[in-house]
Write a new protein. Sequence first.
Length: 193
Amino acid sequence: MKYLSLLLIPLMLYGVFGCAPKTVMPERAAVTTSPDQGAAGAGDKERGRERGISEEDLATRAERERLQRLRQEKLDQDAKSALFKDIRFDYDSYSVKADDIPRLRDIGKWLSENRTVGVTVEGHCDERGTQEYNLMLGQKRAEVVKDYLVKAGVDEKRIKAVSFGKEAPIDPGHSEEAFAKNRRAHLNIEQKG
């Protein structure tokens, strides 16, 4: 028994003092990503967590950036809509008005910068005159706008000119105001593959 107690004392001392304490490393929280977030989203969350940014802050920042993108797209769309307003013509004429020439140059510049789009120029007329005459006049209106765009540097192959004559009025009225709205060249932007 005496020997047993002599053996137990060193074992107890070894157990208390002999083993170095284990260092417990904190576990990192698992990062989950949604399918649309992808690997980049996981990295952003991890970097944000390392910097002390909460997931709520990241979500708020992502929402703010999304809203900024939407606002910019809306501004771009509004600018494009203003740029691509119909070209108006005088009665029985297919001459482009002097006020529209700078806008046609701007349209040509925009089309030159956006080579993945094409444009269809639609020639329209008011209801006066025969169907054949208005088809011919509408074609001349479309062709003159096309010529201005080609002169502005747009590849002719990207522009189609068609006539609707008096068949597609935007104002069905029978007043001079309605007739003036219907004498136009309308530009349809078409996204190419």
